[in-house]
Ligand binder design. Structure first.
Ligand SMILES: [Ca+2]
Ligand SMILES: [Ca+2]
Ligand SMILES: [Zn+2]
Length: 430
């Protein structure tokens, strides 16, 4: 099967707390004359209302101030965004009808987990409804503002992936990193090459090379991208050049970033330093996506490389452009500024990118990227000791630099996760 792997890499409350800003001290007036006195997360050490709600976890509440004859009504607690607008986000709090009794639990049920990450907002207000009338607390000028969160590591009801993957994958800041300049593809009818964008998907994969464990050798992500060479090859015959088969399209099926289990937790910023700080939670996910996308970006740059000295080598992928079968375009290995600078940076003159065609047709393993580059006793090389292949050393340095260039805080405002263990707490929770 003629496929090209552009790159593979390893990188590595029943709680509804409502902050009560009210008339008077610790209570909020509802238009029916109800007074909500307390909304507290159950089972936490939190003593003060802080406006945080976790879907599926219970809330202790306390209310008083019934008017005569109102007790029999079944009240609902509803959270909505904006001024009394609960049409968009109907966060129904399942509460016993006898809700005003002290010490009862309330909860937004798991079934109310929204499909979209952006449905979590910081502008939800607690409203009380008897089914007919909605008591809009805004009318009274009193507000229970509530921020809503999801349990980070629970399995999503929508896909068999953790909630963190389900919601974080949707974030625009992530999605926009997935479209990168691609290789030039052949327009067969026009007999021209057209540079087209490449859009990667993100998939969750628990069965990656290494299992996740804090501070263990772990594979966080991998990326793979190749044109659809099985059905998409067509000959291109430019005047004076040999006719050659070039790709017509990308395969949607094969262009993706795989995300490992560890991406919801923590990873070292610098894998070569045991004293390095960690990335946590969504920052691990964010940097891993950036790292993997950078591998693909690098691959497309390499295959698009051309040089005036050999105008028959087109800015695209062909197996014929990689005679030493190491995944790097031979012209790029020989003439690109990047490869030459990399070679010059090495102390050992026997190292560096080079076109090494073996008689048996096997790959040039001195250059070929190695996925097992972490020194775990099974890996084929040690990145930190500089003993990996040229391709591994070169790509990892560049992709790790892309991580370091990122301002990870940019993604904080999209993170509505709550971590029960507190180890990788959501960035908006803090
Ligand atoms: Ca090569
Ligand atoms: Ca080579
Ligand atoms: Zn990598």
């Amino acid at each position: 099967m003629k496929r090209v792997k552009f790159s593979v890499l390893v990188c590595s409350m029943t709680f509804l707390l409502v902050s009560i800003s009210l008339k008077g001290q610790n209570r909020t007036d509802c238009s029916t004359g109800l007074y909500i006195q307390t909304f507290k997360l159950t089972g936490t050490s939190t003593t003060k209302p802080n406006g945080k709600v976790v879907i599926g976890q219970s809330i202790k509440y306390r209310a008083s101030g019934f008017e005569e004859g109102e007790e029999e009504l079944e009240w609902e607690w509803v959270l909505g965004s904006g001024d009394c607008d609960i049409s968009e986000n109907d966060w129904n709090l399942s509460v016993d009808s006898d809700w005003a009794e002290k010490g009862k639990d309330a909860m937004i049920p798991i079934s109310k987990l929204p499909r979209a990450n952006k449905s979590f907002t910081n502008n939800n207000y607690v409203n009380v409804s008897n089914g007919a009338d909605l008591s809009c607390i805004d009318e009274d000028g009193a507000k229970f503002k509530a921020n809503i969160f999801f349990n980070k590591d629970d399995i999503s009801p929508y896909m068999t992936v953790p909630n963190w993957f389900y919601y974080w994958e949707q974030i625009e800041l992530i999605q926009r990193e997935l479209t990168i300049p691609g290789i030039s593809l052949l327009n067969y009818r026009e007999q021209t090459l057209v540079k087209s964008d490449l859009t990667l998907r993100i998939v969750y994969d628990e069965s990656m090379l290494f299992d996740y464990g804090p501070y263990e050798i772990t594979e966080y992500g991998a990326s793979r991208s190749y044109p659809d060479l099985i059905s998409g090859l067509a000959p291109f015959d430019r005047s004076g050049c040999q006719s050659i088969n070039l790709p017509l399209r990308y395969s949607d099926e094969f262009n993706f970033i795989r995300i490992g289990k560890g991406c919801g937790f923590d990873k070292r910023r610098d894998i070569c330093s045991s004293s390095s700080l960690d990335y946590n939670g969504i920052h691990t996910f964010f940097t891993t996506v950036i790292h993997e996308a950078e591998h693909v970006r690098l691959a497309t740059e390499i295959w698009n490389f051309t040089d005036p000295s050999n105008q028959c080598i087109e800015p695209t992928y062909s197996i014929e452009y990689d005679m030493d079968r190491d995944g790097y375009k031979d012209l790029w290995e020989s003439l690109s500024l990047e490869a030459l600078e990399y070679n010059a940076s090495l102390q050992d003159p026997s190292r560096g990118f080079m076109v090494r065609i073996s008689s048996g047709g096997g790959p040039d393993i001195r250059d070929m990227y190695s996925r097992k580059y972490i020194n775990d006793g099974q890996g084929s090389c040690d990145y930190c000791m500089g003993t990996c292949s040229n391709g591994t050393m070169y790509e990892e340095a560049r992709c790790r630099q892309a991580e370091a260039n990122l301002d990870v805080k940019d993604i904080n405002s999209y993170d509505y996760s709550f971590d029960k263990s507190g180890d990788n707490q959501g960035k908006l929770w803090k």
